[in-house]
Structures are given as structure tokens and as C-alpha cells.
Write a protein that binds this ligand. Structure first.
Ligand code: AMP
Ligand code: MG
Length: 402
């Protein structure tokens, strides 16, 4: 049995990212992966500008008299073109260019107009105050993003601020999704007592889409080796990766492994984690295969902890370990040494510290624990029971999960 870390490392070293590229406009670039690093071709800010609405002058003049004659104005988009002489100032607005002939800005609220065009500076000022300097944020040539960065809405704004209209990105990863199980039916259908509604496919589809992938949804597949094989072949034709749930353990109707062994290769099978354990990683022709357990919590947690890093790598995205924080157990948590546990928890900030509580019964089939929970409590394989007050590692569940 592999540890979670070994399983992830194995997949990350095996998988080589896709490399087909395209240029796209900023409007469609969110969630796409940069194919090349982005360097700034301009200085940001591009000119010295005022951080305040106020008055601009030379700091040394204030030592002689705190009253300055206002001789003009500089507005955003309409710079002052004259010279500011001794004892003079100009009115200046936020973002407006600061002329060479001045070096300091005082905010409007620290001034008064003693007579028309005669400004009294009422506060102490320091040389250079309230001026954003040319290039203080970014200079020409600065690497703003490495290749492999997945673009967020803020990143799109950053690219726009650099004057970049087209970005070179990798094509979106195509991921085929399907569910296996003779007991599964579609929501909306009338249910026999021995049937259950397929929920995994809806969760997997939605998470994968939020991760920035194009999902090819192949529906429900019966526990029939011939049907499973046909679906795998179709998926391998249409997608870069396949994520399916169910049929990966050792029950009588678990055909997924047998089929992959017949038409492809299976990488590994068991991972020491809870929920989870049966997890298949393999390949059919050029398409990678991730077989998740059928239990809904297991399917979601193995998608996040195991398949997601591998899919991100395949999509060209640079690997980043999940962001975790330390929290204090607000109640005892049951845990047996042996497998790494990802318990669903509720994290709250209480009395100056982050405390985490169990999200309720932790059965791997109980999706309600993920509905109630806002985090995963990551307990190492060696860890035993957690006592109240113990420090634990917590991973927040947020987009793309929640
Ligand atoms: P399996 O991994 O196929 O042995 O399934 C394990 C458990 O998960 C069984 O109780 C299944 O009924 C359930 N299950 C399998 N697939 C799904 C699905 N797509 N949606 C909800 N439950 C499922
Ligand atoms: Mg099954």
C-alpha cells in the first residue's frame, strides 16, 4: 500500500504535461494556464503620480512659508505642463502626473485656502510624501508570472494593467467522467428500494469544471465488462484523462481494474488513506485514468487529494501543495493509526484561536459530512486519537470544492 505522498509523487513524476498552445484574449483567459512566463514591458507606475487629492510643491519651500500660491492643476489624464516655482504649488488629483518641478504632495484635508489661490499647509510634511514613484511596483523586464500559472480574475487585471491583450496559454485539459454501478439511476427517475441516485458524477463534473478543465460527461455505465470497455475506449478517444467512480475495489462486480488491465496499464491500486484506499491510476493509450472509489465522500476526497494534483500537472499547471493551517481540536476525534485520515471538520475562529470540530458521522458514504463541513482535518497515518486541545492540520474546503 502506498502513502498519499508516495502516490502523488509517483503520478507527478510519471505524467508529462500537454503542450499544445494558443493565443487568446484576456476576456477568455480566466482559469487558463500560461504557456510561457510573463515579463513586464513597461514600468508600473509608468510615471510619478499622486496618491492623494491635494496640493503638490517643493518640500524645501515649506520651511520658508507654509503659505503657497496655487498656479494650476494636474488631473488624471491631464498633466500640468508648466513650471512650479519657489513658493508655488499646484492642485493635484489622485493618479495625476507629478511634475518634475515638485517633490511632495499634501492631502487636501491638511490644507486650507486662506484667500483665493493662497493655500495654507497645516500639517508637517516629509519630502516625497504621497507620491507613487515610476516603476515602484514593477520595472521593465520583471517576471510577473512563471509559465504554468493558472490565471485568476485578479491576474487578468494585472495582465491588462501591463497592456497585454493576448496571452499564450495551453489548451484546456479534456477530462472524461462517468459512473459505474448497476444500482445507480439518474436523479428524476423513479427509484426501486435497491437503487440509489448517481451523485458522484455531478460532484466530479462540477469540481473538474471549476478546476478549469473541459468535462466530457459519459453518463452512467452498468457493471458489465463489455460496456465498461466500450466506455473506456470512447473516453480515451475523446479526452486527455478519465475520472470514473465505482468498481475499483475487490467486489464481485468491480470490473474497472480487469478492463484496464486488458486494454491498458494499471499503475497502482491501494493508497493508505481514509476515506479512500481503493484508487486506480493507469493509462489507456495516451489517456490517463483515475479510478475513484464509489462511496461519495471517498470519491470526492480522492479526487482532491490524489487525482487533482495529477490532473493539474497534466494540464501544465505548476504543482502547489494544498494550503493548510494549524487549528486546535475543539473536541476529541477518533482515529486509528495506519492510514492518513481526511476527516470532515467545521473550522471556527473562537476566543482568539482557530478551533476545529467534527462535521458529524464520518462514514465514507455520508455526503452530509461534506455538506456540513468547511474543512478537511488532515491526520497522519501514524496519528492515533486526537484529544481536545491538540493541534491539528486543517485544509479549507473552498472553490473548486465548495
Ligand atoms: P463501489 O466502489 O462500486 O464498490 O461502490 C461503493 C459504494 O458507493 C456503494 O455503496 C455504491 O452504491 C456507492 N456508489 C458507487 N457509485 C456511486 C455514485 N456514482 N453515486 C453515489 N454512490 C455511489
Ligand atoms: Mg460498484
Amino acid at each position: 500500500m502506498l502513502t498519499v505522498q508516495q502516490a502523488v509523487e509517483h503520478m507527478l513524476t510519471t505524467i508529462k504535461p500537454i503542450d499544445s498552445r494558443e493565443f487568446i484574449t484576456l476576456e477568455s483567459a480566466v482559469d487558463r494556464v500560461l504557456a510561457v512566463p510573463i515579463q513586464s514591458t513597461i514600468d508600473v507606475p509608468g510615471y510619478n503620480n499622486s496618491a492623494m487629492d491635494g496640493f503638490a510643491f517643493r518640500a524645501q519651500d515649506i520651511e520658508i512659508s507654509t503659505q503657497l500660491r496655487c498656479i494650476g492643476q494636474s488631473l488624471a489624464g491631464h498633466p500640468f505642463t508648466g513650471m512650479v516655482g519657489p513658493g508655488e504649488c499646484i492642485r493635484i488629483m489622485t493618479g495625476a502626473q507629478v511634475p518634475e518641478s515638485v517633490d511632495t504632495v499634501v492631502p487636501q484635508e491638511n490644507t486650507s485656502e486662506v484667500e483665493p489661490k493662497l493655500i495654507q499647509v497645516n500639517s508637517a510634511t516629509t519630502l516625497g510624501a504621497n507620491i507613487r514613484l515610476l516603476g515602484e511596483e514593477l520595472q521593465v523586464g520583471a517576471v510577473v508570472y512563471p509559465a504554468g500559472h493558472r490565471l485568476t480574475p485578479v491576474d487578468i487585471g494585472m495582465l491588462a494593467s501591463l497592456g497585454i491583450a493576448l496571452v499564450e496559454v495551453l489548451r484546456p485539459l479534456k477530462v472524461a467522467v462517468f459512473s459505474t454501478g448497476d444500482e445507480l439511476i439518474l436523479p428524476g427517475e423513479a427509484k426501486q428500494p435497491f437503487q440509489i441516485y448517481d451523485s458522484n458524477r455531478f460532484v466530479l463534473h462540477a469540481i473538474l469544471e471549476r478546476m478549469g478543465f473541459q468535462v466530457v460527461n459519459l453518463g452512467l455505465v452498468a457493471d458489465d465488462p463489455a460496456r465498461i470497455e466500450a466506455t473506456f475506449r470512447e473516453a480515451a478517444n475523446k479526452a486527455d484523462a478519465i475520472v470514473c467512480s465505482g468498481g475499483v475495489s475487490v467486489g464481485d462486480a468491480d470490473y474497472t481494474k480487469i478492463v484496464i488491465e486488458k486494454i491498458g496499464q494499471v499503475g497502482f491500486w491501494k493508497v493508505a488513506m481514509k476515506p479512500g484506499k481503493p484508487f486506480a491510476f493507469g493509462q489507456i493509450e495516451h489517456t490517463w485514468f483515475f479510478g475513484l472509489p464509489g462511496n461519495p465522500v471517498s470519491a470526492t476526497v480522492t479526487l482532491l487529494q490524489l487525482a487533482a494534483p495529477a490532473l493539474r500537472k497534466l494540464s501544465g499547471e505548476a504543482y502547489a501543495a494544498p494550503l493548510t493551517i494549524a487549528a486546535v481540536a475543539g473536541e476529541p476525534l477518533k482515529k486509528r493509526p495506519g492510514r492518513a485520515d481526511f476527516q470532515r471538520g467545521i473550522l471556527r475562529y473562537e476566543n482568539g484561536e482557530s478551533r476545529v470540530y467534527s462535521a458529524g458521522p464520518q462514514g465514507s458514504g455520508m455526503l452530509s459530512s461534506m455538506v456540513q463541513g468547511n474543512c478537511l482535518i488532515r491526520l497522519s497515518a501514524e496519528q492515533g486519537n486526537v484529544a481536545i486541545g491538540d493541534r491539528v492540520e486543517v485544509e479549507l474546503l473552498q472553490a473548486p470544492v465548495k
